[in-house]
Ligand binder design. Structure first.
Ligand SMILES: Cc1cc2nc3c(=O)[nH]c(=O)nc-3n(C[C@H](O)[C@H](O)[C@H](O)COP(=O)(O)OP(=O)(O)OC[C@H]3O[C@@H](n4cnc5c(N)ncnc54)[C@H](O)[C@@H]3O)c2cc1C
Length: 385
């Protein structure tokens, strides 16, 4: 493993960074405030091959790995224009379909995911189960060769712009006990699927939905992967999700830090620019250190994942997500402080980021659940739950 980008990765990073700056934070804010999607950015990123860098070449992808997809997401986020659906569509879904889908599923979905012409949402969270995925009750019943799905999901991002949702369910004969997940690709226009928008106090173009499955009938080929071995298949998708969450948080942290540094260099109220005061400079330097450390762990997680080491990658992905999430929250908070009153004006857009960045401590896996993972798996401590 190298601690620095290869020549190709550096070129990708530079190209995406320049591309992202063309849109930038103002574009994001304008769209999010208008309740609109970042459609132009998504489509152009797709055409340039950025959305599918991790997908296999034979299905229209770039043939690279999670390291490269994380670079794309980090740089777009660092430019102020994060594309949340990248976490879900090419990272979770693209990975699961590439690794466990049938030939027909690969041909049907991967080329579209790579160009961004097709988008897939991902649904595991349920109102009563929350962080405890073992408690999910969405059930898949066999009826002839069809599957019939009933249940509900909550906080599912981007269902309104997705062609289908990858639904995590249980089979009827594994209704209770530790989760034995089965995964289904459910078209968003399936009869019996309804959705309600959740009003969020977040400035995000992507909307969140509660989903209701009222005996949604799916053909046999909607099943992705094995009926029996899906826990490994699910985790093969959840590690990329954490890696991408870390990459997005690193990027957002860099974006906020850069804004703060630029402001601190020019704003002068006493005899030097405010950045000369250590009370302003040191917190920013501390955040720089924390972001750099998170980046290192992100690199390790993506490297292990790309080497096919799913289990080893899980610890690193959790640690990277924790470190990057915390650093990004600190970065936005300190950027607001550095800007004084301007930190809370609509023009600078930092106040709006304060609630959005808190997401990095909650989703896709909360700070506490990561610390539980470390307590049990890294330290061997007993479990409280
Ligand atoms: C904007 C947004 C987008 C999302 N997008 C998606 C999506 O596309 N698909 C999807 O499936 N889900 C999505 N989610 C759901 C997200 O993954 C969950 O919100 C998250 O996993 C936390 O679950 P919860 O909200 O039910 O909180 P809970 O599980 O109810 O937890 C509440 C609090 O209790 C803590 N807690 C719970 N159990 C323990 C324990 N054993 N030890 C210590 N602390 C504990 C948690 O850390 C948290 O702080 C999204 C959420 C948001 C907010």
């Amino acid at each position: 493993m190298s601690f620095v980008d290869t020549e190709e990765q550096a070129a990708l990073r530079k190209a995406v960074s320049e591309f992202g700056k063309k849109y930038g934070g103002e574009y994001f804010l304008k769209k999010a405030r208008a309740g609109e999607q970042l459609t132009e950015l998504w489509q152009e990123a797709g055409k340039l091959g950025y959305l599918g860098v991790n997908l296999p070449e034979e299905y229209g992808g770039g043939g690279a790995g999670m390291t490269e997809l994380a670079i794309v997401f980090e740089e777009l986020s660092a430019a102020g224009s994060a594309l949340l659906m990248m976490v879900v569509s090419p990272a979770i879904n693209g990975t699961i379909i590439s690794r466990f889908g049938t030939e027909e599923q690969k041909q049907r979905w991967l080329p579209g995911l790579a160009t961004g012409e097709k988008t897939l949402a991902f649904a595991i969270t349920e109102p009563d189960a929350g962080s405890n995925s073992h408690k999910i009750t969405t059930t898949a019943r066999k009826d002839g060769s069809d599957w019939v799905i009933s249940g509900q999901k909550v906080f599912i991002s981007g269902v309104d712009i997705a062609d289908a949702v990858l639904v995590v369910a249980r089979t009827e004969d594994a209704k209770s006990g530790n989760l034995k997940p089965v995964l289904f690709l459910m078209p968003t226009d399936s009869p019996g699927l309804s959705k309600t928008k959740i009003e969020m106090d977040l400035l995000l173009p992507e909307k969140q939905w509660q989903l209701f499955f009222d005996d949604v009938r799916l053909p046999a080929d909607a099943l992705v992967g094995e009926e029996d071995a899906a826990i490994a298949q699910l985790f093969a998708g959840l590690n990329p999700e954490r890696i991408m969450a870390a990459a997005g948080a690193v990027g957002t942290g860099r974006f906020a830090l850069n804004k703060a540094v630029e402001y601190a260099k020019t704003r002068q109220v006493f005899k030097t620019p405010i950045g000369a005061h250590q009370a302003i400079a040191h917190p920013l330097s501390e955040i720089y250190v924390e972001i750099e450390l998170a980046k290192l762990m992100l690199r390790k997680a993506a490297y292990l994942y790309d080497e096919g080491k799913d289990w080893e990658s899980a610890e690193a992905a959790n640690i990277a997500k924790y470190a990057a999430g915390e650093a990004s929250i600190k970065a936005v908070d300190q950027a607001i402080q550095t800007h004084g009153g301007n930190g809370l004006t609509a023009e600078y857009g930092l106040g709006a980021m304060a609630s959005t960045v808190r997401l990095n401590r909650i989703a896709p896996v909360s700070r506490e659940m990561i610390l539980n993972f470390v307590s049990q798996h890294s330290l061997g401590l007993p479990k409280s739950y």
